[in-house]
Ligand binder design. Structure first.
Ligand SMILES: Cc1cc2nc3c(=O)[nH]c(=O)nc-3n(C[C@H](O)[C@H](O)[C@H](O)COP(=O)(O)OP(=O)(O)OC[C@H]3O[C@@H](n4cnc5c(N)ncnc54)[C@H](O)[C@@H]3O)c2cc1C
Length: 376
């Protein structure tokens, strides 16, 4: 059994406390496509966002710790997907800045990210580009007076709510660059994104020849694809943590129901198939948790070197969450189908986890390529 250190248990406890506060209005928060004020206030007061910013810029530890982020996301997602997203995006949206930004740029933004006074966004996806990020069409080029960003970004979390976006674009034909674009940069227009089955803060970003100072470049010009990959590598395993939190919430919801509702003269949990159902879910939750923690601990030293384990944990935990929430709904019978029931919200919230930050099939595809090369 993988044991968390006292430090990790302490941060998990802090996250559980915020989650418990938000639980009272989690249904409302999870319907929101704008920042939910009560959720933001609770997260801000907790100071948890400091865990996704390096200590030199107002954060908690010298380097980000994937295991800390994973256990925090597990605790937050147990209560609310909106809460989990607000936390996670502070890290995902600011990591290219923390690693690839100049000192002045970092000093001007990161302490505010850590304090949740500035909201971060990461803009990779485009209307015609999803999994195949090498095909991005947004352009980046140096011009008189700075660096020019031109193109469209789509399905961007925190779009419209963020104070800045770290944007991936193509430069000079076959190069890739990243640039920090403040939300109020002239030429940037943000419109609301699609309404999802699991509501989410989403925006469509239109960069119409936006020019920002050269100092807003992140990473090495034309060689920033690796900076983007590094960002995804640090945070991929934390999606597994979120999936475990959601699966645990679904199992707990099912248990509440099957231990109190009686049919055929006894609580549902004593009916064979129902007993098997919840026991199998418990097994899957524990397996996913153990794998998520182990992969997150391995990612600590060098996330890119341990990316296979992070991918395995993400696939295993998000697919398990899908099965657990479906099984949990099944044992609740008609009550599981009621709009507004907690299990209905969990059912919807489980679904995007298998698509974003590496769809299951995309990750399996890259794992298979690694196996074919003889890496195990
Ligand atoms: C809630 C939510 C939040 C998001 N937030 C952000 C954000 O903040 N920033 C951002 O840049 N993007 C964001 N996205 C976009 C997200 O990153 C993309 O949805 C994801 O990369 C997949 O791209 P796609 O949806 O275009 O699917 P596609 O790339 O069109 O793929 C569709 C399906 O085809 C299959 N597939 C694709 N490629 C392969 C392959 N190589 N091998 C096998 N099967 C394959 C998979 O099943 C995949 O689900 C968000 C998406 C969601 C749902």
């Amino acid at each position: 059994m993988f044991e968390l250190s006292p430090r990790h248990r302490k941060v998990r406890e802090a996250a559980r406390q915020v989650a418990a506060q938000v639980d009272a209005f989690a249904a409302e928060a999870d319907e929101s496509t704008e920042v939910h004020a009560g959720t933001l206030a609770a997260l801000r007061a907790s100071g948890l966002a400091r865990h996704v910013v390096p200590a030199a810029y107002g954060g908690e530890s010298e380097m980000l710790d994937p295991l800390t982020i994973t256990v925090v996301r597990e605790a937050l997602m147990y209560s609310s997907a909106h809460l989990d997203s607000l936390f996670a995006m502070q890290g995902i949206g600011s990591y290219p800045l923390a690693v690839g930004g100049g000192d002045a740029l970092r000093r001007s933004w990161l302490p505010r990210v850590a304090a949740l006074e500035a909201i971060a966004g990461l803009a990779l996806t485009e209307p015609d580009v999803g999994s195949d990020l090498r095909a991005v069409a947004t352009t980046v080029e140096s011009v008189a007076g700075g660096v020019r960003v031109h193109g469209r970004k789509s399905f961007i979390t925190n779009g419209g709510a963020a104070d800045f976006y770290c944007v991936l674009g193509r430069e000079g034909g076959d190069g890739y660059s990243m640039v920090l674009v403040p939300a109020d940069a002239p030429g940037l227009t943000v419109t609301p994104g699609s309404g999802l089955i699991a509501p989410h803060i989403l925006g469509e970003l239109d960069f119409d020849g936006v020019v920002v100072p050269e100092e807003n470049r992140l990473g090495v010009p034309r060689e920033a694809f690796s900076l983007m990959l590094r960002t995804l590598a640090v945070f991929r395993v934390s999606v597994a943590g979120a999936a475990v939190g959601l699966a645990q919430a679904a199992l707990d919801e099912a248990l509440r129901h099957v231990t109190t509702r009686e049919q055929f003269g006894r609580p549902l949990i004593h009916l064979g198939a129902v007993a098997q159902n919840v026991a199998l879910s418990w097994t899957e939750v524990e397996a996913a948790r153990a794998l998520a923690y182990r992969a997150a601990a391995l990612a600590g030293a060098d996330p890119l070197a341990r990316l296979d384990m992070s991918s395995i944990a993400k696939v295993a935990a998000t697919e398990a969450a899908g099965r657990v929430v479906d099984r949990s709904l099944q044992v609740m019978g008609r009550f599981g189908l009621v709009r507004g029931a907690k299990i209905e919200r969990l059912y919807r919230n489980a679904r995007p986890l298998r698509v974003y930050e590496g769809a299951t099939e995309v990750l399996l595809d890259s794992l298979a390529r690694r196996l074919a090369k003889g890496v195990s």
